[in-house]
Structure formats: structure tokens, C-alpha cells
Write a protein that binds this ligand. Structure first.
Ligand code: FE2
Length: 129
């Protein structure tokens, strides 16, 4: 990939990398508060989001730290809302992430597999209900 193309898209790539890292922490924390069968799925999703973060790190070369906001908010929502409502929000977030990658994939074709994963994640979380 041409370095100039990476530079032109650096902001979007860093945003994507940050979002993936935040998702790793969020799913890890969520796994700590849900029933064991759900926890296994969320741990798998955390691992896959980690692979996504690495894919973006490959372009940016920057080491980022996860932001804790969603990692605090989502388990709290799980505990205060109905499980169905919380999981619907999470699956919606995955579909929204997938849709956001539709622009990036035009320049970075390998982002397609990340995009596909986000839609699969949305379906997996929905399937828990
Ligand atoms: Fe992801």
C-alpha cells in the first residue's frame, strides 16, 4: 500500500483502530457479567476485535490505548436494562461499525473481511436472544 494513501486516510484508520481496541475491552468486561454461554461468545468477539485492531495497526504503526467508556457503560446497561435491550444495542453497534467500513473498504480492500466480521458479530449477538 502506497504510504501517501495511508497518510491521506490516517485519521479514519486511527479511528477504526481505536474503535476496535475499545471493543476488545468492552467485550472482555461484558463477558465478566453475563451467563457463561454468552461470555464464551463475547470472549470470542473480543479476540476477533483484537485481530481487527492489529489489521489497522498494520497501516498506522501506532500503539493506542483502549478507552474505557464503553467497557464501563455496556456492562452497566446490561445490568440495568433488559438483556434483550442491551444485546440489541450491541448488535446494532456491530452493524453500524460494519456500515462505517464501507467507505474505507473502497481504498483498503482487505478491510472487507473486517466489515464482514462486524455483520457476523451483530448476527451472533442477536442469536444469543
Ligand atoms: Fe471489529
Amino acid at each position: 500500500m502506497d504510504q501517501a494513501v495511508i497518510e491521506a486516510n490516517r485519521k479514519a484508520l486511527l479511528k477504526a483502530q481505536q474503535g476496535e481496541l475499545d471493543a476488545v475491552l468492552m467485550y472482555t468486561r461484558l463477558a465478566d457479567v453475563v451467563p457463561p454461554d454468552d461470555a464464551a461468545v463475547f470472549r470470542q468477539l473480543a479476540a476477533e476485535e483484537g485481530h481487527h485492531a492489529s489489521a489497522f495497526h498494520h497501516y498506522t504503526g501506532e500503539v493506542l490505548q483502549p478507552k474505557k467508556t464503553k467497557a464501563v457503560m455496556i456492562p452497566l446497561l446490561y445490568k440495568t436494562l433488559e438483556r434483550k435491550t442491551a444485546y440489541s444495542l450491541i448488535s446494532g453497534g456491530e452493524y453500524s461499525a460494519g456500515n462505517k467500513y464501507k467507505t474505507l473498504v473502497l481504498t483498503f480492500p482487505d478491510v472487507q473481511s473486517v466489515l464482514d466480521d462486524e455483520f457476523r458479530h451483530g448476527d451472533m449477538v442477536k442469536a444469543l436472544l
